[in-house]
Design a protein around this ligand. Structure first.
Ligand SMILES: *[C@@H]1O[C@H](CO)[C@@H](O)[C@H](O)[C@H]1NC(C)=O
Ligand SMILES: *[C@@H]1O[C@H](CO)[C@@H](O)[C@H](O)[C@H]1NC(C)=O
Length: 273
């Protein structure tokens, strides 16, 4: 049996050998991440306004990234850029912080560094003396060899209340920015535990319930030597963008798989493959 992890349409990421263990992009966990801001007193109160954060992460040497998955929230709102590109924003709602946003993006990079940039907005509150502000997030970086790097919000992030134009760019010089202040580990007040993460991690497909197929049912007993072609056109969920396809596949005896015109992989050339 072979397992394939592919970026739909674009990138063939990982070809497993027969029965190899394929590591899927796992959902990052907020457990152990710290709320950060420009001062620890923001756990109680901070001025309404925006705050900019940057984190320059050193990628594993000699590896190529396959995808990045981020779970993030901020009190009250945020916008996230990865590698200089805007990835998404929380809904424009004062209670948006109660539900983390989950982003999964394909990323083919050997750049050495990956820069995360976040702009948070602390909305005005009826009671300004209890208007906490902060950013909380966890990020997994999957490499094409199946290995994973993880990071969370912590004091390795940099912060600036009044950033210069272009501060989201990868090559922006943030050496003058302060280190982010640690407001406490996820669970700390004023936010507590229970931030909703409304997405389940990608799971490995199972062969249970799948049917063996050929051009005739009698092929379960005998069929001529030769090749057979199969196609399946799958309708993607409307309005969504496909990210990763995980394929568990075998054939008696051999097969080659294409997804959207790209050859993804073949079984070994072995009658018992
Ligand atoms: C990744 O990017 C490199 C450099 O641009 C390119 O040569 C390579 O084909 C890309 N890999 C995939 C799987 O798209
Ligand atoms: C934090 O940012 C606020 C603006 O939101 C600013 O007034 C304050 O001086 C900053 N505090 C520190 C310690 O940088």
């Amino acid at each position: 049996m072979n397992a394939f992890l592919a970026h739909v349409g674009t990138v063939a990421v990982l070809l497993g050998d027969a029965c190899a263990q394929v590591m899927l992009p796992t959902l990052p966990t907020l457990t152990g991440a710290t709320w950060i801001y420009n001062t620890t007193s923001a756990t109680t109160s901070a001025p309404a306004g925006t705050m900019a954060f940057r984190r320059t992460f050193t990628l594993a040497a000699g590896k190529t990234t396959a995808s990045v998955m981020a779970v993030m929230t901020a009190d009250n709102l945020f916008t996230l850029w990865i590698g200089g590109s805007q990835v998404g924003s929380s809904p424009n709602d004062a209670n948006a912080w109660k539900t983390a946003q989950v982003y999964s993006i394909p990323l083919n990079s050997t750049a050495g560094n990956l820069v995360f940039a976040v702009l948070t907005t602390n909305l005005a509150d009826d009671n300004p003396s209890q208007n906490a502000a902060g950013l909380l997030g966890a990020i997994n970086i999957l490499y094409t060899d199946g290995s994973l790097d993880s990071l969370t919000t912590d004091t390795a992030w940099k912060v600036n209340a009044d950033p210069a134009d272009g501060w989201q760019a990868t090559n922006f010089d943030d050496s003058s920015w302060a280190a982010a202040a640690n407001e406490g580990t996820y669970g700390v007040q004023a936010w507590g535990t229970g931030i909703a993460v409304p997405v389940s991690p990608p799971t490995t497909p199972t062969l249970m319930g799948a049917t063996w197929i050929y051009n005739t049912a009698s092929a379960s007993t005998a069929a001529p030597v030769g090749t057979m072609a199969f196609r399946r056109t799958f309708t993607l969920a409307a309005g969504k963008t496909a990210d990763i396809a995980v394929v568990i596949i075998t054939a008696d005896k051999l097969f080659t798989l294409w997804i959207d015109n790209s050859e993804i992989g073949s079984s070994p050339n072995d009658a018992n493959a």
